[in-house]
Ligand binder design. Structure first.
Ligand code: FES
Length: 132
């Protein structure tokens, strides 16, 4: 049980093809369940500028989620950015951003036993892109 953090009861998981958000240790996590019942847990915070991926669009054909704020497409397998965010005007911030250097989306390993779902390893806040 070392290094495991309780997430929820198995019965509280989303239905196949759906997702659900949990907040564990003040970190927002997204539990995703594909059409065949496979479960993944990723950060619910977009590594671009912190958009909530609960409102994103899942694509199980290529295991990605698209953030609805600036349309970055992120792998839910590796956390890598597949398509960078689209921002046409940041002048209101008077700042620049390098969209191809997004931090990886945090991906978590899970363990299920005795009808309970746990995350294995440390739960870290999502790092987001640095605006400079
Ligand atoms: S906050 Fe997600 S793409 Fe910008």
């Amino acid at each position: 049980m070392d290094n495991l953090t309780y997430v929820c009861e198995f019965g509280d998981l989303p239905q196949n093809g759906h997702l659900k958000q949990f907040t564990i240790n003040n970190v927002k996590l997204l539990v995703l369940r594909d059409l065949t019942g496979n479960i993944k847990v990723v950060s619910s915070i977009c590594p671009h500028l912190g958009g909530d991926l609960l409102n994103g669009t899942l694509n199980y054909n290529n295991n990605t989620i698209q953030c609805n704020r600036h349309k970055a497409v992120l792998s839910i397998d590796t956390g890598e950015t597949k398509t960078p965010p689209t921002i046409t005007n940041l002048s209101y911030l008077n700042k620049k951003i390098a969209p191809v250097n997004l931090p990886k989306l945090n991906i978590y390993k899970i363990k299920i036993f005795e009808n309970r779902v746990y995350i294995e390893g440390e739960i870290l806040p999502q790092r987001c892109a640095v605006i400079f």
